[in-house]
Each structure stands twice: as structure tokens, then as C-alpha cells.
Design a protein around this ligand. Structure first.
Ligand code: AP5
Length: 622
């Protein structure tokens, strides 16, 4: 990792880590005062080091350990085991120049994380950080952390966040992880842990989830055996040991009984969904119920693609996304924001209002992309951009797209602006009304005197084939389903081909529509919805109206990345003036009840009643 890159810069509290006995003592002192509840929030991590976690010299790394398990009688492998291992075995380690890979692997107990990690490490040379291994090593070494962790592990419960988070963040900050990239296995395992990483801006390039049916998992755990000498994972049926000698020394993990596995599985399921929401945009689910080499084949091709994309974007400049933030936004402050403009019910919108929103959307989008976000959506519903209103203007939509595209082109990026083509076949072929003629308008509009169109800006369609090697960023204009036809398959193909390159959806409409033929597309409904949800809002603006009317305006809901959702109330002022007053803020998009309550002045978390006078909001906030 390049020094000064965002993710590097965001770990400063740990970069000065000392491995001295003093700092180790500090950690142990702070941990001993922990209140041991796994649900408690993570405190700001202490400066820490534990001699058993972080060797003082490379020589202390165990060359033979691939994934050291609980039975190790030596201290853990903090230095990656890889270099020695891969050299001695003559294994290939990818060494593309560029930003190192950052990978998270997740899945239920025994889904094969450790098994896949061994293979990933051999091929990609990442530093493997397994919280299970780190904890087992602490237990083996009989340290204070180990003694605290043991009771939780043996009961199949999660070890308190404080202990694990401190261990992981400290380990991630060590130079080897930053130089070679990392493979985080078994962390985060709760929403609080995921948030601890988010707060430190530690984010993976890819989040792999191994999916295996429950009954298989139990069999895998109960049959698992570990070689205490090499750390290699076996299974009495699936992967029996190679020799009688190895067989004789194999051991079973204390938490691998059927009863404990069920408890671990339950805990995994309780937490999985909350964690997924944090990583949806980089998540890839893989069927882990296949031979391990087949599973690895898929993992390998995913990681290779991400690595290739990273190499490309690193070459382009910014190590995260290839997009640099204009200097006027370097502080990421919304200080210049002037509040919501008034007269939004005057149609057509004045040039000033349009410019205001273009600028607002642009800043939010730039901030998100600078932060390494790659799957983004802008949802802006001022009257001229709301296709459900008579005053909808395609010119406003294309102007907004032009502002965003030109801004990235000015930054030296090659932008592809994409409008979906006609859908359906024969007499049923057509495209959503909202998009009719859009591509032509884009092709004929004024893209400035610098010849940006055709060089830095290309106009394309939506689909995997539209992704060219030279494209850096994709802006998709109002991708949407049509009756009987679904854009999501094409969209998914395109995002898969785009890999780590940013894809921004402007006013997408990806909800299901009734199908004339009864078949919308090949993908199942759950998968479609999950895919649609994988795009993160970097901008959201919606006017709120009183029931049954479009005027007067009641208020507005706005979110500009990375700030919270803001709920405003519109208030009439003397002399026919108006003002938007901030009522409340929300970390995520507020529910209808939350919006209703804020307008009614009710405190948060009160018993909800959607049938109240504000119940009409339900239709607009879904
Ligand atoms: P940890 O060690 O991480 O356990 P786990 O998540 O339950 O996962 P496992 O190690 O059991 O399984 P795996 O997915 O690695 O599968 P493996 O490759 O070994 O954590 C242990 C404990 O530590 C936790 O319960 C908790 O107490 C604590 N802890 C850890 N992280 C924490 C955190 N972040 N916060 C709080 N507490 C934390 O494979 C399993 C078996 O299947 C093997 O026998 C293998 O040979 C076989 N197998 C693998 N792949 C295949 C395949 N494709 N086909 C057939 N068999 C296969």
C-alpha cells in the first residue's frame, strides 16, 4: 500500500505501534477492566500489542504454519507465513504492481473460510488475519486475553468486541498487511465490529460470503481435524490425512461438537444480515458446497479481476478509485452549503435552482467516489426530475448527467454515459417513455469546446459488452424496468465487467413491474432485490407533499454523502417567502413512521401508528 493512501492514513492511531512490553502491558491492563459482554460497543481501541500476537522479529514467524489452529503451543504467526511457505513450495504469488488487495471472507462456521484462505494466501500472497486463529493462539499461550476469550469460544459464543477489534485493527496496521494486502477471516462478525472498521475507513475491496447448507456445516465441523504441527485442516471423510503419522497427531477443536456448532451457527445467522448491509456494494456470494478446488476457482477469478482493476486505477492516480477529490472539497465539509433553495414549486425551475442541485449532487458523488465507493446511486426527485409529474423534463436529467460526466472528464477520467437500449422483442419492443430519445439528446448536446465527447466521454448502452478496457467510470442514466422486461440482468452483467470501476446510477427505477409474459428475467426476485440494494445512495433528495396533492410542499428529505439524512419542514414566511427548517437527522433513510413522528414533534422510538394523518407518506418513502 502506498503511504499516504486513504486507508493507510486512516489507521494512524496504530501506526506508531510499539511491540515493547510496556505497550503489551497497557493492552492487558485495559482488557482486564473490560466488561465482558459481546454486545457492548467497541471503545476506541487502545494502543496495543501482545507479544503472542506480534512477533518482535521475522524469525519468530513460523514458516510452516498456514492457518495455525487452537492447538498451537507456540505464539501466533503475526508475520505472514506466506513468504516462507510459498517460496519453499515454489508456489506462485501474484505480484502485480499497484495497491495491494484487501479481502474479507465470511461464512458460517465450517463453510470453508480457513480452507479457502490457505489457497488464497498461496496464490495472492496476502497477509491472512484470522480472528479465530489469533484467539486460539492467545488461549494456547495462556495470556490474559486468551483466558478471557476461552470461556466464550468454548461455549460457541462470540468473544467481546473490545478484545477482537483491538486485536484486528492493531494487526491490520502492521507494515506487512499494508504492503502485501490483507485477507480478513472471521472479522467482522457483528454489526458493531463492522462499524468499528467503517469508522477507521478500513474497507475491503471485496467481501466474499461462502454459502453452505446447515446440515453440511454440522458434518464438516464434527469431522474436522487439525494438524497441530502444520496447522493444516483435514476432514475425516472429505480430506483425510495423507499418512498414518499425521493421522496419529490430529486433534479436534473443543468447539466442534454438534451442540456448539449449532450455537455458533445460530449466532452467525443473527449477525450476518446486519454485516451484509455494510458490504453490499462489494459483496460476492459463492456456493461453498462444492469441491474446494472448484470453490477456489471462483474465488481466484474474482480476486484476479479485482486485482487487475486495482492495478489499473492505481496507475490512473488515486489509489482507491482513480478519482481525486477537487481541492475545494478536500476537507469534506458541507460548510458552503446554502440550505435548500426555495420556490421549488415554480415550474420550470430557474437556472439557479437547477445549478444548485447539479452542484449538490456532484459534490456528494465526488466525495463517495473519493472514499472508494464503487456502486452508487443518485436519487433526486425535484419536480423536473420526477417522471411521475407533468413537468418532468428530460433536458434537466441530461444536464445533470453532463455536469457529473464533465467533472470527472476534467479530472482526466474516461467516462462512459450509458442509456439502456430498446427492450423486448418484435411488436413488443420498446423502451420506457422516460428514456425515449435520451441517447440522441446526449449525443447532440453541447459537451464543450474541448472535444470531450468521443475522447474522454463516450455514450453507450447498458450491458456487459459496453464495458471497455479504457473506461474508468460509468454513469447510467435512469436505468429502469419496463413492463414485462427487466434491466437488472444487463445491469448486473455490466457491473460485473466493470469490476472495481465506479458505476453511478442516476435516478434508477429497479423495482419489479408486472410482467406481460409473466417472466421478467432469469434472476430470482430475491436476487434482483438484493442486487438493486447493493447500490449505495450517495445523494437523495425528495420533496414531501401534503396528502393527495402535489402542492403545497410540506418539506424535504435530503442526504448528501457521507452526511446523515436530513428532514426539513417548509415554513411560510411573511411577504410570500418560505424557508426550510431542519427537523431531524437520521443515520439511514428514515421510515415513514420516523418522518411522521418528526413532523408531529414526537420523540423518537415511540409506538408507531401509520394510520395517522401523515400516513400518506408511506407511498413516497418506500
Ligand atoms: P473461527 O475459527 O473463525 O471459527 P468459525 O468462523 O466458526 O469457522 P471455522 O474455523 O469453524 O470454519 P471455516 O469456515 O474456517 O471452515 P474450514 O475451512 O476450517 O472462530 C472460532 C471462535 O473464535 C468463534 O466461535 C468465536 O468464539 C471466536 N471468534 C472468532 N472471530 C471472532 C470475532 N470476530 N468476534 C468475536 N469472536 C470471534 O473447514 C471446515 C471443515 O470443512 C474442514 O474439516 C474442511 O476440511 C472441510 N471443508 C472445507 N471446505 C470444504 C469443501 N469445499 N468441501 C468439503 N469439505 C470442506
Amino acid at each position: 500500500m502506498q503511504v499516504g493512501s486513504p486507508s493507510h492514513a486512516l489507521i494512524p492511531p496504530f501506526t506508531s505501534l510499539s511491540l515493547s512490553p510496556t505497550s503489551a502491558t497497557m493492552l492487558h491492563a485495559s482488557l482486564s477492566s473490560l466488561h465482558c459482554s459481546s454486545a457492548s460497543p467497541s471503545p476506541s481501541p487502545p494502543r496495543l500489542s501482545s507479544p503472542s500476537l506480534y512477533p518482535s522479529s521475522p524469525s519468530s514467524a513460523r514458516p510452516t504454519c498456514l492457518r495455525s489452529r487452537h492447538v498451537l503451543s507456540f505464539s501466533v504467526p503475526a508475520k505472514t507465513h506466506l513468504r516462507a511457505k510459498s517460496k519453499s513450495m515454489g508456489l506462485k504469488v501474484n505480484c502485480l504492481a499497484g495497491e495491494p488487495l484487501k479481502v474479507m471472507i465470511s461464512g458460517a462456521p465450517a463453510s470453508g473460510k480457513g480452507t479457502q484462505c490457505e489457497l488464497i494466501v498461496k496464490k495472492f500472497g496476502l497477509v491472512h488475519i484470522s480472528t479465530g486463529d489469533l484467539l486460539r493462539a492467545e488461549v494456547s499461550a495462556g495470556t490474559e486475553i486468551g483466558n478471557k476469550a476461552k470461556e466464550f469460544m468454548n461455549a460457541g459464543k462470540l468473544v467481546p468486541d473490545e478484545i477482537v477489534t483491538a486485536m484486528v485493527t492493531a494487526r491490520l496496521s502492521l507494515p506487512d498487511a499494508q504492503e502485501k494486502g490483507w485477507l480478513l477471516d472471521g472479522y467482522p462478525r457483528s454489526y458493531a465490529q463492522a462499524q468499528s472498521l467503517e469508522e477507521r475507513k478500513i474497507r475491503p475491496d471485496i467481501y466474499i460470503v461462502l454459502e453452505v447448507p446447515d446440515e453440511i456445516l454440522i458434518d464438516r465441523c464434527v469431522g474436522r481435524r487439525l494438524d497441530p504441527l502444520t496447522g493444516k485442516i483435514y476432514h475425516i471423510k472429505n480430506f483425510p490425512p495423507e499418512t498414518e503419522e499425521i493421522k496419529a497427531r490430529l486433534v479436534t477443536r473443543p468447539d466442534d461438537t454438534e451442540e456448539k456448532v449449532k450455537s455458533r451457527l445460530e449466532i452467525y445467522k443473527q449477525n450476518a444480515q446486519a454485516i451484509l448491509s455494510t458490504y453490499l456494494s462489494v459483496m460476492n456470494k459463492i456456493d461453498g458446497n462444492r469441491p474446494k478446488d472448484v470453490v477456489f476457482g471462483e474465488v481466484d477469478s474474482l480476486l484476479s479481476r479485482v486485482q487487475k482493476d486495482k492495478a489499473k486505477t492505481t496507475k490512473l492516480g488515486n489509489p482507491v478509485s482513480g478519482i481525486s477529490l477537487p481541492s475545494n472539497q478536500a476537507t469534506k465539509k458541507e460548510g458552503k452549503w446554502r440550505g435548500i433553495p426555495t420556490r421549488l414549486n415554480n415550474i420550470p425551475h430557474s437556472r439557479e435552482i437547477r445549478t444548485y442541485f447539479y452542484d449538490d449532487v456532484l459534490q456528494a458523488t465526488q466525495r463517495a467516489i473519493y472514499d472508494g465507493k464503487t456502486r452508487l446511486k443518485v436519487e433526486i426527485n425535484i419536480p423536473e426530475l420526477n417522471p411521475e409529474m407533468d413537468v418532468y423534463r428530460i433536458g434537466t436529467l441530461t444536464e445533470l448527467v453532463r455536469v457529473i460526466a464533465l467533472s470527472f472528464a476534467d479530472d482526466g477520467k474516461r467516462v462512459k454515459v450509458c442509456v439502456q437500449g430498446s427492450m423486448g422483442e418484435g411488436a413488443l419492443a420498446g423502451m420506457p417513455l422516460q428514456l425515449a430519445g435520451t441517447r440522441k439528446i446526449l449525443e447532440f448536446m453541447d459537451w464543450g469546446d474541448d472535444g470531450a465527447l468521443g475522447t474522454f466521454i463516450q455514450i453507450g448502452s447498458i450491458g456487459a459488452k459496453e464495458v471497455d478496457e479504457q473506461d474508468d467510470i460509468f454513469i447510467l442514466v435512469a436505468p429502469q424496468n419496463a413492463v414485462g422486461n427487466c434491466i437488472i440482468d444487463d445491469l448486473r452483467g455490466m457491473t460485473e465487467s466493470a469490476g472495481m470501476r465506479p458505476v453511478i446510477l442516476i435516478n434508477p427505477r429497479l423495482k419489479d413491474l408486472p410482467g406481460s409474459s409473466g417472466i421478467m428475467q432469469t434472476m430470482g426476485r430475491d436476487k434482483r432485490l438484493e442486487y438493486a440494494a447493493s447500490f449505495e445512495n450517495c445523494y437523495f433528495f425528495r420533496l414531501l407533499y401534503y396528502a393527495g396533492t402535489q402542492y403545497p410542499i410540506m418539506g424535504a428529505l435530503r442526504m448528501s454523502y457521507p452526511y446523515p439524512y436530513q428532514l426539513y419542514k417548509r415554513v411560510d414566511q411573511p411577504s410570500r417567502k418560505e424557508e426550510y427548517i431542519l427537523l431531524s437527522t437520521f443515520d439511514g433513510r428514515p421510515s415513514i413512521d420516523e418522518v411522521n413522528d418528526a413532523f408531529l414533534g414526537k420523540p423518537r422510538n415511540q409506538v408507531k401508528n401509520t394510520s395517522g394523518i401523515w400516513g400518506f407518506l408511506s407511498s413516497i418513502l418506500q
